[in-house]
Ligand binder design. Structure first.
Ligand code: PEP
Ligand code: MN
Length: 288
């Protein structure tokens, strides 16, 4: 063999990776597939989230009135949705934006859920609200802005309600799973993860939907994983394409915003589906 310069390259052997060092990098344990190889399936009043099924959670960004949430609940039920969502405590960027109806809204949401036999999901913003909200809500949502609010995670971990944990807008998979670990470690083993897009340099969409995270999370964790195409898109016309793309990469369900009159919505109107669009999405998901 012809040697071009400097003789044969010296072979440098990489030292074998130390199992202990590898373990140290991953701070979570209970959330990992290594710890629990089988998929976790969470039963929310008879609706199973995780494992082989595919659920769609839908409703408005915020509960605005009894009429609005009842209309949504009825439509979600008619179209085959599994759970009803609706924010009552809203984490708004501006303090002057609609902040939600609080416990009054929660009562409206609970009534609508009962009327149409749909379990309800709503966001909790503070540790003090976990216990009172859990009295009415079937699933507690922890939003993207609070993914690393460790006192909120710990308090939700002491609740016996399932927790829908959204990925922080600047969070890595590792940070996301460590946030879930806080809840699991406090004794609440019912955690549902939700990819809702991350912030990138792109401004054409509200966030960038990181669909690569779904197959990665499926490998790393046994926890159920949902995709929220609404907050990723920020624009209604992108929600169905993103939802269908998400469906193809293997999550356990979707959470989608819809509204009887999106143009009049008090929050996130531009990304809310009209009822007819929601029906179209449900047909395309469940009838192929
Ligand atoms: C929401 O679901 O209405 C919400 C505020 O979502 P995120 O925390 O993902 O922004
Ligand atoms: Mn919203």
């Amino acid at each position: 063999m012809e040697v071009l310069a400097g003789g044969a390259p010296e072979v440098i052997e990489e030292p074998p990776e130390q199992p202990a060092a590898r373990k140290e990098k991953v701070g979570y344990k209970l959330a990992s597939r290594d710890h629990k190889p089988d998929d976790t399936i969470i039963d929310v009043r008879g609706v199973r989230i995780g494992g082989p099924g595919f659920v769609v959670i839908a409703g408005p960004c915020a509960v605005e009135s009894p009429e609005q949430i009842l209309k949504c609940a009825r439509y979600v039920r008619e179209c085959g949705g599994a759970l009803l969502r609706g924010g009552c405590f809203k984490p708004r960027t501006s303090p002057y934006s609609f902040q939600g109806l609080g416990f009054e809204g929660l009562q409206m949401l609970a009534d609508a859920g009962r009327e149409y036999d749909l379990p309800i999901v709503t966001e909790v913003l503070s540790p003090a609200d976990v216990e009172p909200v859990a009295r009415y809500a079937d699933v507690l949502q922890i939003g993207a802005r609070n993914m690393q609010n460790f006192s909120l995670l710990s308090e939700a971990g002491r609740s016996n309600r399932p927790v829908l944990l959204k990925r922080g807008m600047m969070s890595t998979m590792d940070e996301f799973l460590n946030a879930a670990e806080y809840i699991l470690d406090r004794g609440n083993h019912q955690v549902i993860l939700c990819e809702r897009g991350i912030r990138t340099f792109e401004t054409a969409t509200r966030n960038t939907l990181d669909l690569g995270s779904i197959p990665i999370l499926r490998r790393l964790t046994h926890l159920p994983i949902l995709v929220d195409p609404s907050h990723a898109a920020g624009r209604r016309e992108l929600v169905i394409p993103l939802a269908l793309a998400a469906h193809a990469v293997g999550p356990h369900g979707l959470i989608v915003e819809m509204h009887p009159e999106p143009e009049k919505a008090l929050s996130d109107g531009p990304q809310a589906l009209h009822f007819s669009e929601f029906a179209d999405l449900m047909r395309r998901i469940y009838q192929g």
